[in-house]
Design a protein around this ligand. Structure first.
Ligand code: TRP
Length: 379
């Protein structure tokens, strides 16, 4: 188990965390990425051996269209796990939109955009469950007992939340901002998911989820394990930068979205930041913008970034951008074609979500019944 941050008041499971202390002492690894990556390789083997034994849950906030950073970070992996035969739940975290803003604007439209992105990349509603957490009452009810299992100090030191507070434009920090990671634990534990494919920034939330599962079992389980401890599955792909050289993000206007058309993609890549050196080399440390473009082409073409760089050689940044544009547009063409098709059938989108919500609600009801029984509050 990749327990990198041992919660206070719980006994450390030392045999399972060979490299946790190394991860903890590295200031560059506050999120526990090193341990999660090491564990990821082992999990990968287990999943390949018996995919049907795994329940996978992950999701997104409905704040806009998904981009290639999301795609190579986690979306691609979700579909791969589904196609291997794991059971997949995809959550549209609509309440979570309110963590750093007063109102969730365009919510219905953004929910539709997410469903379109999911369907376009190959999430299959016949096998997988797409749902919004606000529509699953029993999931939300888990928040109350879960809140009782964490301390205010623990909530205050979540590095991802701290970062979001620092970047938020709100004048004060809402109770939801501080507690949404506990709600996220309910997102994951309501269906007793074992695997959560996420980006690095979500690792603290996963750790808290594991802590809550463990504490619930210890406090109420009477020797049984009501909640399994879910594990993070990090993407092997490094972080993609946006066209301005900073992290690709929905809100920064630097993202290559799945939904963009080929011309818009070409325009965005043409305007991407590079450097003045003509000879193209893959050097993520001293040439991060060029390296990220090479990586993007490589991911789309299933090659290594070095191979892409060698092909371009001294043809310069313009040739690099042409290569990247072609690679991205070619890779996304079938995804975009499917997206356009689904966008014409809004009734199908609504039905997909309604059925997903019903399925998720049935699972959540069953879990809540167990929780109530364990807490002696089923009357
Ligand atoms: N916090 C996630 C994000 O910002 C979205 C999310 C909500 C999520 N609930 C989840 C991710 C449960 C994984 C599992 O992207």
């Amino acid at each position: 188990m990749n327990t990198t941050h041992q919660a206070p008041g719980t006994s450390p499971d030392v045999s399972d965390v060979p490299d946790a202390s190394a991860a903890d002492h590295s200031s560059a690894d506050v999120l526990g990425t090193t341990a999660a990556r090491a564990r990821g390789a082992e999990l990968e083997k287990l999943v390949l051996r018996s995919p049907e034994r795994f329940r996978v849950l992950t999701g997104d906030r409905p704040t806009g269209r998904l981009h290639l950073g999301h795609y190579f970070g986690t979306l691609h992996n979700r579909v791969r796990l589904q196609d291997l035969g794991a059971e997949l739940f995809v959550i549209i975290a609509d309440y979570q939109v309110l963590t750093d803003r007063d109102v969730a604007d365009h919510l219905t439209a953004y929910v539709d955009e997410l469903i379109l992105d999911y369907l376009a990349i190959g999430v299959d509603p016949a096998r997988s469950t797409i749902f919004t957490h606000s529509a699953v009452p029993a999931l939300n009810q888990l928040l109350l007992p879960f809140l009782s299992l964490v301390s205010v100090a623990e909530l205050n030191r979540n590095p991802t939340v701290k970062d979001e507070i620092a970047r938020s434009r709100q004048s004060s920090v809402s109770g939801l901002m501080l507690t949404y990671p506990v709600h996220q634990a309910a997102d994951i534990l309501f269906c007793k998911a074992d695997l959560v494919p996420v980006g690095q920034d979500q690792l603290p939330h996963l750790e808290l989820t594991r802590t809550i599962a463990r504490r619930f079992n210890d406090r109420y389980g009477a020797g049984t394990t009501l909640f399994p401890q879910p594990e993070a599955l990090l993407s092997p792909a490094p972080l993609l930068l946006g066209t301005d050289g900073t992290k690709m993000s929905k809100s920064r206007g630097n993202a290559l979205t799945l939904a963009a058309d080929a011309d818009e993609t070409a325009r965005l890549i043409k305007g991407a930041t590079t450097d003045s050196e003509r000879h193209i080399t893959y050097d993520p440390v001293s040439r991060p913008e060029v390296a990220s473009l090479l990586l993007l082409a490589a991911l789309c073409q299933d090659r290594t970034p070095q191979q892409v760089a060698d092909d371009i050689g001294s043809s310069g940044a313009a040739a690099l951008k042409r290569t990247v544009t072609e690679a991205v547009n070619e890779y996304l063409a079938p995804i975009r074609a499917r997206r356009t098709q689904y966008a014409q059938d809004r009734a199908y989108l609504r039905r997909t979500l309604r059925e997903g919500n019903e399925r998720a609600a049935a699972v959540a009801d069953a879990t809540l019944a167990e929780v109530r029984a364990a807490m002696h509050s089923s009357y």
